[in-house]
Design a protein around this ligand. Structure first.
Ligand SMILES: [Cu+2]
Length: 678
């Protein structure tokens, strides 16, 4: 406990130091990042560059985004980390690729949206904290948009290969060509890993008691943790100087992905993503930008318990399986107009999201099929307008309004609903933002916003009845067909102070959540479901990056959030604890060395209704070093240097697919990575 308190005070002291530091030269990519973060991004915005992703041993975008203050992830195994923004997760946040809506197929979120794209496709990730993006429906907690690479002029490409402990491999290659009239890009990526070990030397698959029916079979314990192939292409034509039409397609095949967090593992995930855009700029002095986007994506996911002891006595090779499919198609038309002293952005958009999950379980004599998610379609039609204008030389005012109509309809029957059951929703989102710049380099941001999101297919119509007699060990998990849309009324205050050499960014928010959709245990029964509750959330983040003398850089971050179920007067479940990091880096543009300390406090804010338990605090150390020379980069790093055994608070699944154990984080791991860009 004393150690932890010390760490937190060291962290706080480092921030004091950061602010006081005098700063001088050192030309590098880092300075550009500091300039972008300090001067181009609003205090409520964050970004993650592909450099930061490449330097980390992260296996997917969820894990890579943990570097950003205010972002955590749910740890389920070696890969497929699910993003948590402040205290918001799942459908409370929008996780997009180039503005495309993409949803996972698994009802247990084995395949969150960020699982379905590869690093090598991405240039950078944009993050908006809070309900300030009106150009997409939902996202009452914020938005994360991964932006894909665009080909440069002439021939270009890059090759990356990283290799690390537990035979983890991440290799990718892209090739591109760009001319005035057209450009194109092709890419391929391969990822593989054996099961990682945690700090106690045990495999993540060895976390079960020897008597647990969910334990891995002997031959599966040390099998591969995942194997993923991704291929993509992008082709664009520029019919005129100010217009562009772009089409891109990605296919991803994930094979044999293990989830110690759950009772099942994934056999495969097959993902298609297709996106077409047509954009014209500078049409007239009034109409500055017009963009049409049409997209389609689909995921086919199969999971079962073939690697667990539960499948041992089954007539077939599994006792339980779920075949889940999802598909989204949609279109958006957005325009930017110069109206009066400011800029008006407006748009209309539509999407259809279908989700169908078939659960199959071994009963006494036969297998029984069940429409777990009964082929539910959600249609959404929305419109928005957002106006931004200067108020004198120091103030910028931005305000907007969005309206959405949503329909949900089940096309199959299960024990909860009959085919044809439907719901409709009408929601209004709005915000008003004021940015005050009293002196150059200081931005003070205030915002008030109303964000909304409709319940999803799972929260409405999911059905997983108990086989046999209900008991504490076999909970019934089902949706609630009467759920209302959640509404978030949020206030944000933030300040950012920056120059060419450093920035300090701080933000505080408060959310009043009406009809927040909460997962809960129905009292005096063996049932879990969803309910609308009154909840509240508040939190703060602090982030800073500083360039010092002698090519030294310091970076620090702190994130905190507290969330309450006001209806029941207890904490909300699955809220990340106080977290922070401090890093020191020497970087002369060619050579770098960095040491980083990651810290998390104990989480004692737990939901007693779900029997959530406390998670102790922890501290880990990472080091890395590398060379960048004429397009070649070489990096070697060690994560969790002292091989600490620790768990993240967000590493425990609940009924009915609870495995009963928390999944520990990876132990010490060494990684080596090489890249060449031309
Ligand atoms: Cu699954």
């Amino acid at each position: 406990m004393h150690m932890k308190t010390n760490y937190i005070s060291i962290l706080a002291a480092s921030f004091g130091l950061l602010v006081m530091c005098q700063v001088v030269h050192a030309e590098s990519q880092l300075l550009d990042e500091i300039t972008v973060r300090g001067q181009k991004e609003a205090p409520k915005e964050e970004s993650l560059s592909i450099r930061e992703v490449r330097e980390s041993p992260a296996r997917d975008m969820g894990e890579a985004l943990k570097q950003v203050e205010g972002i955590s992830c749910v740890h389920k195994g070696a890969i497929a980390n699910d993003i948590v923004l402040r205290g918001f997760q799942k459908d409370n946040i929008n996780v997009l690729v180039d503005g495309v809506r993409l949803h996972g197929a698994c009802p247990s979120r084995m395949d969150p949206p960020s699982f379905h794209y590869d690093f090598a496709e991405i240039e950078q990730v944009k993050i908006i904290k809070g309900p300030y993006d009106l150009s997409n429906p939902g996202g009452l907690g914020g938005m994360i948009d991964a932006q894909t690479k665009k080909p440069g002029k002439g021939p270009g490409g890059d090759v990356n290969l990283s290799y690390g402990d537990w035979h983890s491999i991440n290799g990718s290659a892209t090739a591109s060509y760009g001319a005035d009239a057209f450009d194109g890009l092709l890419g391929y990526a391969y990822k593989y890993s054996d099961v990682p070990k945690s700090g106690n030397g045990k495999l993540l698959t060895e976390i079960y008691p020897v008597t647990s029916p969910n334990r891995y079979k002997t031959n599966a314990v040390d099998s591969k943790a995942y194997e993923i192939n991704t291929g993509w292409g992008k082709f664009a034509i520029n019919p005129t100087e100010n217009s562009r039409s772009e089409i891109s397609y990605t296919y991803q095949d994930a094979d044999h992905v293990l989830y110690p967090y759950l009772k099942m593992d994934a056999d495969y995930d097959k993902t298609h993503r297709l996106n077409w855009t047509y954009r014209i700029q500078k049409i007239s002095p009034l109409l500055q930008d017009l963009k049409l986007q049409v997209y389609w994506d689909s995921v086919d996911h199969l999971m079962d318990d073939r690697f667990r002891f539960t499948s041992q006595t089954s007539p077939r090779f599994y006792s339980m399986s779920t075949d889940a499919k999802t598909q989204v198609y949609g279109a958006k038309l957005n325009a930017t107009l110069a109206v009066g002293p400011g800029t008006l952005k407006t748009g209309i958009d539509y999407y259809n999201r279908n989700w169908d999950a078939l659960n199959r379980r071994a009963m006494y004599f036969a297998y029984r099929d069940l429409a777990m998610i009964p082929d539910v379609s959600i249609d959404n039609l929305g419109m928005f307008g957002e106006y931004e204008m200067p108020l004198g030389s120091m103030l910028t005012l931005k305000g907007g309004l969005r309206g959405d109509l949503t329909w949900a309809e089940a096309n199959k029957t299960n024990t909860l609903v009959t085919a044809g059951t439907s719901r409709d929703f009408a929601d209004v989102s709005a915000n008003l933002q004021l940015t005050y710049t009293p002196i150059k380099g200081l931005d003070i941001f205030t915002g008030v916003a109303r964000g909304t999101r409709t319940p999803d297919q799972q929260e409405l119509y999911l059905d997983v009845p108990t086989p046999g007699v209900p008991s504490a060990a076999s909970n019934y998990w089902h949706g609630n067909k009467d759920l209302k849309s959640s509404v978030n009324h949020q206030v944000d205050i933030g300040a950012k102070f920056s120059n060419d050499r450093f920035y300090v960014n701080t933000s505080v928010f408060y959310s009043d959540l009406q009809d927040y959709i909460n997962f809960y245990q129905i009292p005096l029964s063996f049932e879990k479901s969803y309910q609308n509750i009154h909840a509240s959330m508040w939190g703060a983040e602090l982030g800073s990056q500083v360039s010092l003398d002698f090519d030294l850089f310091i970076r620090g971050s702190l994130s905190y959030v507290e969330a309450r179920n006001e209806s029941a007067d207890r904490p909300l479940s699955e809220i990340p604890p106080l977290r922070g990091s401090v890093s020191v880096r020497y970087d002369n543009g060619t050579f770098f060395f960095e040491a980083m300390e990651n810290l998390a406090r104990e989480q004692d804010q737990v939901d007693s209704n779900l029997n959530e338990t406390k998670t102790p605090g922890w501290a880990t150390t990472d080091i890395k070093s590398g060379l960048n020379y004429q397009g070649v980069s070489i990096i070697i790093g060690i994560n969790n240097l002292f091989d600490k055994q620790y768990v993240s608070h967000l590493s425990y699944a609940r009924d009915p697919f609870q495995s009963g154990v928390k999944v520990p984080e990876n132990g010490r791991n060494v990684y080596f990575s090489m890249g060449y860009k031309f």
